[in-house]
Design a protein around this ligand. Structure first.
Ligand SMILES: CC(C)(COP(=O)(O)OP(=O)(O)OC[C@H]1O[C@@H](n2cnc3c(N)ncnc32)[C@H](O)[C@@H]1OP(=O)(O)O)[C@@H](O)C(=O)NCCC(=O)NCCS
Length: 176
């Protein structure tokens, strides 16, 4: 049986706007799988969700990186945000997934994860970051464009019949 915590865990909605709970991403491990699945369910529709197996593989894969932001400093209270990055050849780092818990959006956690991906691209000598985003989500495409990504190619039916994606890319800051 789970012990009752003396103090309820800090939720994002408790903090003042724009103050992330702990914008301190850490590398995830196998024990984070249940919380990753929960975040996935909250953030993506069925067609876009990663399965338990795909998430498990990312968590174990030696060249995939799964970064997470905890709701508070005690791991085990759930995840506020997560980023999955994978190498795509020698020159490119692909953002497989970025997600922020609905209670925590608009507080800079997504931006913090994009900056982290950029840092990892620079540290691993990659010249490009890429990702795919739903072509039917102008808000999301605008956000990525504000973060420096540019539309490269429209991918018909990427998420299923009639659900196109855009491939977006950008160079890490400071690269030629
Ligand atoms: C896309 C996503 C990761 C952004 O995460 P986030 O932590 O809200 O990101 P940020 O706070 O850094 O930036 C969000 C932007 O929306 C604005 N915003 C304001 N209120 C907001 C709200 N209630 N919800 C979302 N965004 C809000 C923010 O101010 C910010 O704008 P800015 O860039 O001009 O500052 C998040 O919305 C999400 O998980 N969506 C569902 C999953 C998804 O579609 N992922 C992308 C896969 S390609």
């Amino acid at each position: 049986m789970r012990a009752t915590l003396p103090v309820p865990p800090l939720r994002c909605s408790d903090g003042p706007p724009k103050t992330p709970p702990s914008p301190n991403p850490r590398l995830a491990g196998p024990k984070d799988l249940p919380a990753m699945l929960e975040l996935e369910t909250l953030c993506f529709d069925r067609a876009r969700r990663d399965s338990r197996e795909v998430l498990r593989r990312s968590l174990r894969h030696p060249r995939h990186e799964v970064w997470v932001i905890d709701f508070d400093r005690r791991a085990g209270e759930g995840l506020a945000a997560a980023l999955v990055i994978r190498p795509a050849g020698a020159a490119t780092l692909r953002l497989h997934s970025v997600a922020t818990h609905p209670d925590c959006r608009g507080r800079g956690l997504g931006k913090a994860l994009l900056l982290l991906a950029e840092r990892r691209a620079s540290e691993t000598g990659r010249r490009r970051l890429t990702l795919e985003a739903d072509a039917g989500r102008p808000d999301l495409l605008d956000w990525y464009e504000r973060e420096g990504f540019r539309r490269k190619r429209r991918l018909p039916d990427y998420y299923g019949p009639g659900r196109d994606a855009w491939r977006l890319s950008r160079a890490p800051a400071g690269s030629a």
